[in-house]
Design a protein around this ligand. Sequence first.
Ligand SMILES: NC(=O)c1ccc[n+]([C@@H]2O[C@H](COP(=O)([O-])OP(=O)(O)OC[C@H]3O[C@@H](n4cnc5c(N)ncnc54)[C@H](OP(=O)(O)O)[C@@H]3O)[C@@H](O)[C@H]2O)c1
Length: 330
Amino acid sequence: MSDPSSRGPVLRTPFHARTTASQVLEGIDLTDRHAVVTGGSSGIGAETVRALATAGAAVTVATRRPELAAPLIKELSTVPQAGPVQAVELDLADMSSVASFVQQWHGPLDMLVGNAGIMALPSLCLNDQGWELQLATNFLGHFALATGLHQALREAGEARIVMVSSGAHRKTPFDFADPNFERRPYDPWSAYGQSKTANVLFTCGARRWADDGIIANSVNPGFIITNLQRHLSDEALRAAGVTKVDGELVVPAHFKSPAQGASTSVLLAASPLVRGVTGLYFEDNQEAQIVRGDADQTSGVAAHALNRDSADRLWDLAESALPQAGYTRQ
Ligand SMILES: NC(=O)c1ccc[n+]([C@@H]2O[C@H](COP(=O)([O-])OP(=O)(O)OC[C@H]3O[C@@H](n4cnc5c(N)ncnc54)[C@H](OP(=O)(O)O)[C@@H]3O)[C@@H](O)[C@H]2O)c1
């Protein structure tokens, strides 16, 4: 398996920003393969579920509210070649919920798509263990889920983890001195960006699982109008160009549809084009260039998110948080 430090030119695929998830999976048969998609009942996650299941995979939608996945499950049950889809309750901010999900899982797991996320909460919120809520949901919960399901991933023989990060990671290195904003003023975008840097660092740290046949890569899906923007003020939505002065929704030209936003996730989860690569960050279906992490960059992956020392340090931090959080392995 290759890793970023030993790689030559970046990995290229024939796909692009406008390719949809189903186009990426055209001709790929995922029958008898098992996938878990967190946050799979809405937005990019729902399109990820739709594409994987339509290609034949058995998909578990891991969601806080399983009833929200009912229409998607019903729709997919009418698609002749689609694999079975079920919804199982999972609250990533609650480590006992993660432990319960892990305990209910039986058999091998081929694909784990860590897609669920929350963005830019206006004020500082903590989970029960005192972790800032975006960091707890977007990173720690997924870390607990992946480590809890490690054995199931190993049993698959060749398994893939996909972490849905964001371009917002570029401005925000992980703050090891104060990850939960105890000593610095809370900032919604720093908190979101830090959690998304943590997503990339996790895939970098997961290189330790390469000998178990498990690869892990991260993705920036691009800009897509979804429920994710629900915490943004009217002013912030107008500034981002997604609403007019009267509040009417506009989709800016550079925004993608959810099906386009899900394409890089399914590329990493299931395409033979990326077989065996681990610890890489993709956007628009291509491996991203490594860039300086600052406000001027509009694409690429920041070097701070691929730093192996930071990845290992974060892994240790998360691992030490789990027992305190009441998280127990099967
Ligand atoms: N949309 C974009 O422009 C964009 C850009 C860059 C990155 N992303 C990333 O893409 C991913 C998917 O976002 P989206 O745009 O599709 O937004 P979305 O429609 O809001 O989907 C996010 C999903 O995460 C779930 N979730 C939130 N908190 C959870 C928790 N504690 N436990 C379990 N599930 C939880 C939500 O479930 P509920 O329905 O229960 O809230 C929802 O299903 C996120 O990681 C996001 O950061 C999105």
